[in-house]
Structures are given as structure tokens and as C-alpha cells.
Design a binder for this molecule. Structure first.
Ligand SMILES: Cc1ncc(COP(=O)(O)O)c(C=O)c1O
Length: 490
């Protein structure tokens, strides 16, 4: 039988002058700590000798208190494992925190409010995220990641971490990594910046959070692409922004419609290179229209460039940031797609005059990102592994994308209309109008297939029903089998 190892005990409060016997104070304290959940079932408690030593009292009251608690069923002992908190709390025990909250109207109200808030933040239950297999959106080919190289770089730095590198660091991130990113973005995305404008973040989700907190006051209006990225909805919602859905057509976000709906909006969130989820590329004329709106109306453009490394058809598309001459664009990027999501390293490029405000915002949100991984990431880029990995993955995703389109054709004929397959690691299959995409995604999850419904990506009334299918992390054989199973779901 296993038990939690001896763990931290909250401070034991006993008062030698209270007039209450010491053993009773101790047993009362343990009961309360167990009922309030401060001591967990199975958690080891200190030996009587150790606790008496800690409290600087004789061992006798501690022995008596433990005997009492063992007799009442709050503690239990196992040979060789010492004394632990019982895994089943005695029935009829006086109410702890959990019982109190059930009978107290105010706490129940507070709990409901919190549950409602969590649901608002998180949206509907997402059973389609339970599976790691076909067609989990946003998942790169993790089995093809050069783990040996990465491990060597991480080990190299882990073994040599200096005292400085183990200490608190610059909120903007590791200088050489910021340099490497500025060079990479200049060359591959036509982003115009120097390293002082680059901030390392804990993924682009955090960058969105920082943007919301630095750029917006509660109640400020933000244009959101509709449909759009649910992660961005979460970030702006937590900041108390008022999100204004603006439709996306074949040219990207409809700027004129945005002006009609909320002319004085403070910011816009867009994914112009590969719109999430529809996959549209924003045209040059829309880009210019958006930039001149932002300049004229003193608004900010938050450009999420999350997967532009992978482009399969047409000319490479440069960033919107590179066209901005008025310093209105905040550019976000991530290593979640080109490396792996749990790395949690991303970056943002901010206009020069906003750098101090963004440093302050980044510092306030979680100080800075793990130095060890920033060091390893710097070498990964500088030594050429990054560029090589992107090249290999681009070829792989191209094949997988073709395999997915062919499988859809084979198993579903005209039932799923494919759009947005020119770039990235996902495409959208539009469903016939009368088919409920959430119901299909739930049904598919039951068959071990993860497809994300399109309709929850809308802030306004969904105008299309569809499925978002990620193909980055799926082999051609899994793709074929996944589509076959999906074809049974509607
Ligand atoms: C539109 C969009 N932006 C950003 C991200 C990446 O987020 P993060 O860097 O927080 O992992 C994703 C991931 O799926 C995405 O789809």
C-alpha cells in the first residue's frame, strides 16, 4: 500500500497558557486541519518524537493526542509507513469547511458565481479535447521532434547554470534569444524590429493577456474576427473588454463592418496570415485599410502570427507588422507549433514607444519565463536546428495535408467542404447547414476522434457549421482511419 510521503504540516497552534490540556489542544487542532482539508487523506503526519521536538514539549501529550485520533478514526497506522491521515474521514464528524459551505447560503451563492465565471471563461464542455490522436487542433508532429538534440542543449545548460542564470531575470527575456528572434522574424516574416522590442512570453496565450491588460481598460471595445480564436476570447474576456464580433470574408476581417459596429474601438485582434479558424489570408488592400483605420482612430492591432512557418500554396505572406509605419501593431508569435506546446515559450514584438509599458505588464503577470529553456532555445536557433526542423516539418505537413484532403474525398465525398488548407496545420470542413457541429464533435470523441466544432469559435450567431481538423500530429494511416470513423458520425 502506498501513501503520500511525509509532507509539510501547517503550523500547529497550541497555547501553553490556555488552561486546556496540551493533548486536547493537539487533537482538536488535527481534527480541524483534517476536516478543513489542510491535511489530506493518506498524508503522513510527523512521528510523535519529531512533533514533540518541533513543538518543544514532552512526548506524552503528543502520544495521547495520536492515540485519541487513531481511536476516533482520523488517523491510521500501517507497519513501515508511520501514521497517516485516514483515507476515509469518520462519518458523523462535525462539519468542516465543505459541510459549512453547503449549508451557508452566502458561500453557496459565491460558489455558484465562481462556477458561472469559470464556465464563461472556458465555454462549453470540450469532450473533443480528450483525445490526443486524429485530429487534435494545434498539435505538431511531436514524434518527429528532434528530442536528442533538444535534450543535449537543455542538459548542456542545466549542468552549467550559473548563479546569475538561476536568479531573477529580465522580464523582457534572455537577451541573446531576443536577438535571435528579431533576426529570424526580420528574415522570414518581414517584421521590422530590433531586439529591444522583443519580449519573451510564456506562450502567445500570455502575450494576449499582457496585451489586454496593457492596452485596454475594462469596458473598452475590441474588434474580434468572427469566427475567431477562442484563446483570444478568453484573454479579452478576463480583462473585462467588450468584444465586438466582426465578420471575416474571403479577404479577411471586414474593416468597414467593424467601423459600422464599433468605430471608436480601442483595438482589433487578427490572425491575418492564416485566419483561425477559417484559414483565410488577409488581402493587401484589407491590410492597408485596417492600418489606416488604426492610425486614424488611434487603435491597436494585435497580430497573431501563430503558424505562418507552414505555407503550402501561393507566395509567402509577409507580416502586417512589416507594413505598419505608425507603430500601431503588436505582433505575437509562438514556439508551440514549431517546437512543442508544453515548452510554453512565445514572443511579442511591440512598438518602440510601448516597450516600457509592456515590460511593466509582463513583469506584473508572471515576472519572466524559465531561463533554462530560453538558453536552450537560443542555441537551438543559433545552431541551425530550428530552421532545419521547420523545413522538415513543412514537407511532412504538406504530405499530411494532401492525405487528409484525399481521405475526406474518399470517405465523405461532398459531405464536407474543405476550406483554409493553404497553410498551417489545420483545415476546416464545412458541414451541411442543418448538421450540428457540436453534436458531431461529441459523437466523434466517442469514436476516439478529436475534431473541434466551428460554431463555438463565433462570438455572434454562428453563420456556418463545420469541423476544424488538425493534421500536424497525425500519420497518413491515422488520417485515413480517423476520417473513416468521422464519416460514421453524421
Ligand atoms: C490562433 C492561435 N494563436 C495562438 C496559438 C498558440 O498558443 P500558445 O502559444 O499559447 O500555445 C494557437 C494554438 O492553437 C492558435 O490557434
Amino acid at each position: 500500500m502506498t501513501h503520500a510521503s511525509a509532507s509539510f504540516l501547517p503550523p500547529v497552534a497550541i497555547d501553553p497558557d490556555s488552561g486546556m490540556p496540551m493533548y486536547q489542544q493537539l487533537s482538536d487542532w488535527f481534527r480541524r486541519a483534517i476536516l478543513d482539508g489542510h491535511l489530506r487523506p493518506g498524508q503522513r503526519v510527523p512521528s510523535t518524537r519529531h512533533l514533540a521536538g518541533e513543538l518543544n514539549i514532552s512526548r506524552i501529550p503528543v502520544l495521547s493526542a495520536y492515540d485519541q485520533l487513531l481511536a476516533e478514526g482520523y488517523l491510521e497506522t500501517f507497519t513501515g509507513s508511520g501514521t497517516c491521515v485516514a483515507r476515509a474521514i469518520p462519518s458523523g464528524a462535525p462539519g468542516g469547511r465543505r459541510l459549512r459551505s453547503a449549508s451557508n447560503g452566502e458561500s453557496v451563492g459565491a460558489a455558484r458565481r465562481i462556477a458561472r465565471r469559470a464556465a464563461q471563461l472556458h465555454g462549453p464542455e470540450q469532450t473533443w479535447l480528450d483525445s490526443l490522436g486524429a485530429f487534435r487542433v494545434g498539435m505538431p508532429a511531436l514524434d518527429r521532434f528532434p528530442t536528442a538534440i533538444w535534450a543535449r542543449l537543455v542538459n548542456r545548460h542545466a549542468r552549467q547554470l550559473t548563479v546569475e542564470q538561476m536568479s531573477y531575470a529580465d522580464p523582457a527575456g534572455h537577451g541573446p534569444l531576443r536577438e535571435a528572434i528579431a533576426t529570424y522574424l526580420g528574415a522570414s516574416r518581414a517584421v521590422r524590429c530590433d531586439a529591444s522590442q522583443v519580449l519573451i512570453t510564456t506562450g502567445s496565450q500570455q502575450a494576449l493577456q499582457i496585451c489586454a491588460h496593457v492596452l485596454l481598460d475594462a469596458g473598452d471595445r475590441v474588434w474580434m474576427e468572427d469566427p475567431g480564436y477562442p484563446g483570444a476570447h478568453q484573454a479579452f474576456r478576463t480583462a473585462g473588454a467588450q468584444m465586438v464580433p466582426v465578420p471575416v470574408d474571403g479577404d479577411g476581417i471586414d474593416v468597414e463592418e467593424g467601423m459600422r459596429r464599433a468605430r471608436g474601438a480601442r483595438a482589433v485582434y487578427i490572425s491575418p496570415s492564416h485566419q483561425f479558424p477559417l484559414g483565410t489570408t488577409m488581402t493587401a488592400s484589407r491590410r492597408m485599410q485596417l492600418l489606416s483605420w488604426a492610425e486614424r482612430d488611434d487603435a491597436w492591432i494585435i497580430e497573431d502570427d501563430y503558424d505562418s512557418e507552414y505555407r503550402f500554396g501561393g507566395k509567402p505572406v509577409a507580416s502586417l507588422q512589416g507594413l505598419d509605419t505608425a507603430g500601431r501593431v503588436i505582433y505575437l508569435g509562438t514556439f508551440s507549433k514549431v517546437m512543442y506546446p508544453s515548452l510554453r515559450v512565445g514572443y511579442m514584438v511591440v512598438p518602440k514607444d510601448l516597450v516600457p509599458a509592456f515590460h511593466a505588464g509582463r513583469d506584473a503577470i508572471d515576472t519572466f519565463s524559465s531561463t533554462l529553456f530560453q538558453l536552450a532555445m537560443t542555441d537551438f536557433i543559433r545552431e541551425g536546428h530550428f530552421a532545419r526542423h521547420i523545413r522538415t516539418m513543412r514537407a511532412l505537413y504538406r504530405e499530411r495535408r494532401v492525405a487528409l484532403i484525399q481521405a475526406i474525398d474518399r470517405w465523405m465525398g461532398g459531405r464536407l467542404e474543405v476550406i483554409g488548407a493553404d497553410a498551417g496545420m489545420q483545415l476546416v470542413g464545412l458541414l451541411p447547414e442543418d448538421v450540428d457541429d457540436i453534436a458531431v464533435s461529441r459523437e466523434a470523441a466517442g469514436h476516439g476522434v478529436s475534431v473541434r466544432p466551428l460554431s463555438p469559435c463565433y462570438l455572434g450567431t454562428p453563420s456556418r457549421s463545420g469541423l476544424i481538423l488538425g493534421y500536424g500530429g497525425v500519420t497518413p494511416a491515422q488520417i485515413d482511419e480517423g476520417v473513416r470513423r468521422l464519416s460514421l458520425c453524421f
